[in-house]
Design a protein around this ligand. Structure first.
Ligand SMILES: Nc1ncnc2c1ncn2[C@@H]1O[C@H](COP(=O)(O)OP(=O)(O)OP(=O)(O)O)[C@@H](O)[C@H]1O
Ligand SMILES: [Mg+2]
Length: 356
């Protein structure tokens, strides 16, 4: 692999996925993509439960794909990371670095000394009292969760150069107005705000942005696994059987009761997404949402885009993360590539973080 290859590693609730991207090229070139399913329960709701098992699966992926590099940009998305947009009097970045913990302690639901803090300055503005202000995206991750992530990588003999937020990775692959081509053939424009929604197995990530600047981030503990679990419980069957039924439902031959449960449980996932989008829209300074872009394995449930569109009244389309890169020799058939596309947004977006 070339030296400019950067590997993004996505530890999802159902699988681990890695993408190597040559970020020096323009457009960047996706040179490798690989994934391996995780043992059930090893990662739950985006949190690593069994460090050794997850580490072994990642090591397995490295062997199978033949990655040479041990350096990765790894993503996090679970309930133990909090993302807030905050405003404060203007301050130089260096001063902010040193005083952030003090500045934000009152605004965080967890003790600041148990958190690892990070921030991104979104913009400067002048408030109604004519004071210079800054708006930040503040990220507070619980220290023990990050330590567990790093121990897991240690088991796989990998090093994280960066721990990044999954919603920000999504923004890189799907939030670029120039590369996001919609099914209507319409390339994104500067009007209004767009929500990117990644429905996974245990987690649904939402990022609302305006021309690539994040305006709102939400990490919901909701996804396709909850649909499968509901099905397994109601039909008193195994998780594997329920998963198969769920995926089969789009093609027919599935009992009505199962279809009804899938529909009900999927609707509650969609309701949670709608609730978050409503919350964003209710913010006094929010820009109107003009579009929702869907990705993630959980978005493969039949008719999810039109269902979300009718629940929210906002045009909803499936995202095309592969449009953000040129494809190298991935060794995948067009069918395999189409199947992988909803799963590729996060690892590719993590790797693209190195470009900035
Ligand atoms: N064809 C399909 N039809 C219905 N559901 C599907 C299909 N393919 C995948 N899924 C569902 O997608 C979910 C997995 O999505 P994904 O791989 O994006 O999650 P993940 O990244 O492993 O987990 P996380 O929730 O932590 O992001 C599973 O619940 C799975 O059942
Ligand atoms: Mg995921």
């Amino acid at each position: 692999m070339g030296r400019s290859g950067v590997i993004g590693l996505d530890i999802g609730s159902s699988a681990v996925r890695a993408a190597e991207v040559d970020v020096k090229k323009n457009p960047p070139v996706l040179t490798t993509f690989g994934q391996i399913m995780l043992p059930p329960g090893a990662v739950a709701d985006g949190e690593i439960i069994e460090e050794e098992a997850v580490g072994a699966t990642i090591a397995d992926l490295w062997r199978r794909v033949g990655f040479k590099s041990k350096k990765v940009i790894v993503g996090v998305a679970n309930q133990r990371v909090i993302v807030r947009q905050i405003e404060m009097p203007h301050m130089e970045e260096a001063d902010l670095q040193s005083s952030l913990a003090f500045q934000v302690q009152e605004q965080l639901p967890i003790p600041v000394d148990e958190a690892i803090l990070d921030f991104q300055i979104l913009e400067e503005f002048t408030n109604t009292d004519n004071e210079r202000m800054i708006r930040l995206l503040l990220v507070a991750a619980q220290r023990d969760m990050i330590e567990s992530l790093l121990r897991t990588l240690d088991h796989a003999r990998l090093d994280a150069t960066v721990v990044d937020l999954v919603p920000l990775a999504l923004l890189r692959t799907l939030g670029d107005a120039n590369t996001t081509m919609f099914e209507s053939g319409f390339a994104g424009t500067a009007d209004g705000a767009e929500a990117i929604v990644d429905i996974g197995a245990g987690v649904t990530n939402i990022v609302v942005h305006e021309n690539g600047t994040p305006r709102f981030v939400r990490i919901l503990v909701s996804g396709g696994q909850h649909v499968t679990d509901a099905l397994a419980t109601a039909l008193q069957t195994t998780s594997e059987e329920a998963e198969m039924l769920k995926r089969q439902a789009a093609f027919g031959g599935v009992p009505d009761e199962a279809k009804r449960i899938i529909e009900d449980r999927t609707n509650s996932v969609l309701e949670e997404v709608r609730g978050s989008l409503d919350y964003y829209s209710a913010q006094p300074e929010s820009t109107g949402l003009t579009r929702v872009v869907l990705t993630g394995g959980g978005s493969c449930i039949e008719d999810l885009a039109p269902r979300l569109a009718s629940a929210t009244g906002i045009a909803t389309e499936y995202g095309h993360p592969l449009a953000s890169v040129r494809l190298g020799a991935l060794g995948l058939t067009p069918e395999q590539l189409a199947e992988a596309e909803p799963l590729i947004s996060v690892p590719v977006g993590l790797a693209l973080g190195e470009r900035q």
